[in-house]
Ligand binder design. Structure first.
Ligand SMILES: NC(=O)c1ccc[n+]([C@@H]2O[C@H](COP(=O)([O-])OP(=O)(O)OC[C@H]3O[C@@H](n4cnc5c(N)ncnc54)[C@H](OP(=O)(O)O)[C@@H]3O)[C@@H](O)[C@H]2O)c1
Length: 294
């Protein structure tokens, strides 16, 4: 076997990764503990390795996607000899601590290492707009960027291998917050009027356009947070607080309970009580950062 990329782990995600490499015309070796999972990929042109060591030895680039970091360690530990001089890209989900430990271990064994995070479900892998996050030495990322582009849009975050894991949970938190806010909107608007109110689909046609405005606000507030300048004559926290009260009231009237108004009122209420009513929403970062000096 002498292929461009090896994929170790063919669960739902690993199989999608290997499939995307094949779809992009990259010669691919695969390995999985349960061998039957390789069959559909072999039918599409993949080579199946008989062991993790054989998979690692087959390609300069080894993409690993296993259940946990403990499994990665268990599977790759016996392959020290084959791994030397190769690049491992670990797309297994884990914590920043896991990522740093794996990078340290790789460094001690002469293995080039990137940690990564896939921001998609398996069906999204291979789409050009699907984000894949990478952290580790820039030179290693640059050397493999073209092959990794088969999986989607490769985003390099920096030298620290922990960056993808932190971004992964941060972005998931943002996703859940957004989706919960959207569900609250569906419930509020759907509860109104005769015949059950507005459908989820009709509300979403407006709500998804509103996300463009939210993105613009994020850009603006990010500049303010980085500059530490929070004054906002246009949309101050005093006004936010009043509107949050209206949201809470609407939820009571229409039997909607998301927990969000209480969270909003708690954060903004504390900031206003501390004298920050003339500041904008970005000021709430100080109430979210536990150790912030307010
Ligand atoms: N699925 C998603 O939507 C998604 C999205 C983003 C990130 N991820 C991450 O991607 C990673 C894989 O997820 P997945 O969805 O592919 O999970 P999965 O379908 O459960 O597959 C798990 C993989 O780990 C292997 N494995 C488990 N224990 C093992 C052991 N002791 N020795 C050798 N191999 C072992 C499995 O091999 P067998 O086939 O032999 O059991 C299989 O290849 C996870 O870290 C997950 O969090 C998944």
């Amino acid at each position: 076997m002498d292929t461009e990329v090896s994929v170790v782990g063919l669960g739902a995600m690993g199989a999608a990764l290997a499939g995307a490499f094949l779809a992009a015309g990259r010669s691919t070796t695969v390995w999985n503990r349960t061998r039957g999972k390789a069959l559909p990929l072999v039918a599409r042109g993949a080579a199946e390795a008989a062991s993790p060591g054989a998979a690692v030895g087959a390609s300069p680039l080894v993409v690993v996607c296993l259940k946990t970091y403990d499994v990665v360690r268990e599977v790759l530990s016996p392959c020290a000899e084959e791994l030397a001089g190769r690049t491992v890209v670990n797309l297994t989900s884990g914590s920043p601590v896991h990522a740093r430990e794996a990078a340290d271990r790789a460094g001690k064994r002469g293995v080039r290492y990137l940690d990564g995070a896939v921001l998609a479900t398996p069906s999204g892998v291979g789409r050009p707009d699907t984000l894949h996050l990478y952290g580790g030495p820039r030179i290693v990322f640059d050397a493999h960027r073209d092959v990794l582009a088969a999986l989607g849009d490769p985003v390099y975050l920096g030298d620290d291998p922990a960056l993808p894991a932190v971004h992964d949970v941060a972005l998931l938190g943002q996703l859940w917050a957004t989706l919960t806010g959207w569900l609250q909107g569906v419930a509020l608007v759907g509860a109104d009027g005769p015949g059950g109110g507005v459908s989820a689909t009709a509300y979403t046609a407006v709500a998804s356009r509103w996300m463009t405005t939210a993105g613009r606000l994020m850009d603006e507030y990010a500049r303010r947070i980085d500059a530490g300048e929070y004054r906002d004559g246009e949309f101050p926290l005093d006004l936010h607080l009043m509107l949050m009260g209206l949201l809470a009231h609407a939820g009571e009237l229409r039997g909607v309970e998301s927990g969000l108004p209480e969270t909003f009122l708690g954060l903004a209420g504390r900031a206003v009580a501390d004298g920050h009513g003339a500041d904008g929403y970005a000021r709430l970062i100080d109430y979210i950062r536990r150790d912030a000096d307010r």
